[in-house]
Design a protein around this ligand. Structure first.
Ligand code: ISL
Length: 568
């Protein structure tokens, strides 16, 4: 319908600023570097840029540890640079969405510094301080207030010798969790959000936003087999007041505004049923959520660093569950990649012989689903995982902590631990964007903060720009389809060949317009048998990634072949 929200036909592009483009040769990407590359994004056709954090930060978690929400970190530039970036983005008809990291701050944020100044501090209650467990002395093993582990290895509690108490940190010890039970905390955050919106930004991607409300008694969690720490997830994810907090945020920040905004809540562990509540427009919480089901399928019983594999059928079934679950209420966000995930072409595709075909087939099946697609920088070039061979090459705190812990606590060999990092490390996503075949892929004239993937010599933007068969050209075509075909932005979704092990086939419909999407998510030729597809003989082939497309209706697809047909 014509009052459909604008973001139904939008495509979002995520920039991880540290690795995007460096304008001043210090080896770290910056705001001016982004400005210089905006034409690439405009040519790609994306509507919205989501900018990972650029705020003042000690950089313990590459900016997800914020020490001043209203200042730009000097490595990225100044507020003036930011205003110029915003202006240039708007001048190109695009929007800019900021990363909102409010589950925690840096331990160097003035709020935490004050909170930590003593038990009587006026901001003591802004964070989660607790005394040692009964019967234990502070700092002694087992004295932690509960048994939760941190996402970045070790306990979720840090002892503070001065006060004799512990503070909670679900992520690094330099990322203390804010106490959202305290209304002053909430007010301070809403004020900050309003400050950015008044400055002209177009919305927020909300970091681990389903962790804001904790079960205030902070109970011990169950300890999984072979694990050291208890699982606090049931007590901090989707906690008792989460819907109340998001509704309050919406009222205090967005309700009085008339602009076209986008809010997307990053929600690890969120279920389809919960997502229906979070994204029901009637409830005014968030526009859409990032869910993690499909990117958890290849995690083993011991978590992400116990990598297994996911079959194409499992991946398809997961995405379909979300398509069907949010068909009548709410909205999906669609993604393969972000700055925390391995590169999709290496993970669910084939970064060897079928590199181009698998990158484009995976892009096709994702982008034509119902929802709002997100492209992570470099994905549009088919960038691959990084073949790091030494622990010294890694930069990510999660990877480094895991490696140390795997060796020290779990008795793993360095080779084993490196193999896990190779498959799953977040640094796979964080190597610099490969702009050209120039030194360092054209990312910097200096020494890059993390090594550029050596395949930049053949995988880069310059090499792909003029090539109609390139991954980049294919992404461009997919973005354009969402803008041009209302059946893509607004149509319904119906799965075909539901149990086929490798073929992902579906129909989108709106009025009498229909789109058939067919893709073989494997390196072997595929055969399928479906009368319904026969009826598509003669329909027009809108897009394919194949030089010699298999005739539709013949019931076969080549390795990683993808086809998009329309009729009506
Ligand atoms: O990659 C993960 C750890 O295994 C994810 O669970 C990730 O930590 C989770 O999705 C939350 O991510 C977000 O918050 C983190 C930050 O490190 C990530 O970069 C961010 O995307 C803490 O702010």
């Amino acid at each position: 319908t014509d009052d459909a929200p604008w973001w139904r036909s939008a495509v979002v592009y995520q920039i991880y600023p540290r690795s995007f483009a460096d304008s001043d040769g210090d080896g770290i990407g910056d705001l001016r570097g982004i400005i210089q590359r905006l034409d690439h994004l405009q040519r790609l056709g994306v509507d919205v840029i989501w900018l990972s954090p650029i705020y003042s930060s000690p950089g313990d978690d590459n900016g997800y540890d914020i020490s001043d929400y209203q200042a730009i970190d000097p490595v990225y530039g100044t507020l003036d640079d930011f205003d110029r970036l915003l202006e240039e983005v708007h001048a190109r008809g695009m929007k800019l969405v900021m990363d909102l990291v409010v589950n925690h701050t840096s331990d160097e944020h003035p709020w935490f510094v004050e909170s930590a100044s003593g038990i009587g501090s006026a901001k003591r209650d802004w964070y989660w301080w607790r005394p040692p467990r009964d019967g234990f002395a502070g700092g002694e093993p087992g004295a932690e207030p509960n048994n939760w582990g941190s996402f970045f290895s070790g306990s979720a509690w840090q002892y503070d010798r001065d006060s004799g108490e512990y503070f909670l940190h679900l992520f690094s010890r330099k990322q203390p969790d804010l106490n959202w039970e305290n209304p002053e905390v909430r007010e301070a955050i809403y004020e900050m959000m309003n400050w950015w919106l008044d400055r002209g930004v177009d919305g927020f991607r909300m970091d681990v936003i389903n962790f804001l409300s904790k079960e205030a008694s902070l109970p011990d969690g169950k300890v999984p087999p072979r694990a050291t720490y208890g699982d606090g997830f049931p007590f901090y994810a989707g906690g008792p007041r989460i819907h109340e907090f998001l509704q309050e945020m919406n009222r205090r920040v967005f309700a009085h505004r008339t602009g076209a905004y986008l809010t997307v809540g990053e929600m690890p562990g969120v279920t389809v049923e919960e997502a229906r509540l979070f994204t029901d427009p009637q409830r005014a919480e968030v526009d859409m959520v990032f869910q993690f089901e499909h990117v958890g399928l290849d995690h083993g019983p011991d978590g992400k660093f116990d990598p297994g594999s996911a079959t194409p059928l499992e991946v398809k079934e997961s995405l379909v569950r979300w398509q069907e679950g949010l068909s009548d209420v709410g909205w999906n966000s669609l993604y393969w990649n972000n700055h925390d995930q391995p590169r999709v072409v290496s993970r669910f595709g084939d970064d060897g012989v079928h590199w181009r075909e698998s990158a484009t087939a995976l892009a096709t099946v994702l982008h034509l689903l119902r929802g709002t697609p997100y492209i992570f920088q470099g994905e549009e070039l088919g960038m691959t995982n990084m073949p790091f061979t030494r622990i010294e090459d890694f930069r990510d705190i999660e990877s480094l902590n895991h490696y140390a812990d795997a060796l020290a606590t779990h008795g793993r060999s360095p080779d084993d631990a490196l193999a896990a990092l190779h498959a799953m490390s977040r640094d796979n996503a964080r190597t610099p964007v490969q702009w050209s075949a120039e030194p360092n892929g054209g990312f910097t004239t200096g020494e890059p903060w993390i090594t550029v993937n050596p395949n930049f010599t053949h995988i880069n933007a310059v090499a792909q720009a003029g090539d109609p068969r390139s991954v980049l050209s294919h992404y461009k075509a997919l973005v354009a389809l969402r803008h041009e075909e209302r059946v893509v932005s607004d149509g319904s979704f119906r799965l075909l060949l539901d149990r086929h092990p490798t073929v992902f086939a579906y129909v989108r419909s709106l009025g009498n317009r229909q789109m058939l999407v067919l893709a073989n998510l494997s390196g072997e030729p595929a055969a399928y048998d479906l009368e319904e597809v026969d009826a598509w003989r003669g329909a027009s082939l809108l897009l394919t990634n194949s030089d010699a497309p298999s005739p539709v209706g013949d019931g076969r697809l080549g390795p990683w072949e993808a086809q998009v047909l329309v009729r009506g």
